[in-house]
Write a protein that binds this ligand. Structure first.
Ligand code: ZN
Length: 191
């Protein structure tokens, strides 16, 4: 029991109290369900990796979006994480593809351009790309990342835009409703 509480407490956002609550919940679960849960975790860790194109999580070589020929592969929306990608996908209105940075530039936290998936983005831009839409979060880190990317992309003669400020300041994209997300996308401004 102590070991379980200890290990659960190592998960992000789980304090000692939550870890204890979860541990009690787990030992009261039917044994079959616990086995299924732990096996699902093992399977996910073994089978899920980064998409070769956009670096989102997938169990194939390419994610379903990158391997879809009906998507516009010339328009790339840059997001901070797979959760933001999922939020935009839920709107069902965006037909381009994505690039997942897995973070944002933050001098305060010591996260530089080399620590996020920027190199992979630049490699993709060598191909046939007409627009890069920067949809990083509307906060200090997201803005710094957007500025950095636009400076890199502009000299390549590719249109660079930033989603509109319909997204509340400091807002995490994943918590924003679909209408607001669509408005932010449609109202994007060229950088
Ligand atoms: Zn992909």
């Amino acid at each position: 029991m102590t070991r379980l509480v200890e290990q659960l407490g190592q998960l992000p956002g789980i304090g000692p109290k939550s870890a204890q609550r979860l541990a009690f919940y787990i030992i009261n679960m039917p044994e079959e369900k616990v086995k299924s849960l732990s096996q699902t975790m093992v399977d996910a860790r073994e089978n899920v990796h980064y998409c070769k194109e956009c670096t989102t999580f997938t169990d194939g070589e390419l994610c379903p979006i990158c391997s879809n020929p009906k998507r516009d592969h010339g328009v790339i929306m840059v997001v901070e994480n797979p959760r933001d990608l999922a939020a935009y996908e839920k709107t069902g209105q965006y037909n381009g593809v994505y690039h997942v940075l897995h973070g944002a530039i933050s001098p305060m936290l010591g996260i530089g351009p080399a620590d996020i998936r920027l190199r992979e983005l630049m490699q993709r831009l060598a191909g046939d790309v007409s627009e890069v839409i920067i949809a990083t979060n509307k906060n200090l880190e997201g803005d710094a990342t957007a500025t950095y990317i636009s400076k890199l992309v502009k000299p390549m003669n590719i249109k660079v835009s930033r989603i509109a400020s319909g997204v509340p300041v400091g807002g995490n994209l994943e918590y924003i409703d679909e209408v607001t997300l669509l408005r932010a996308l449609e109202g994007r401004t060229e950088l």
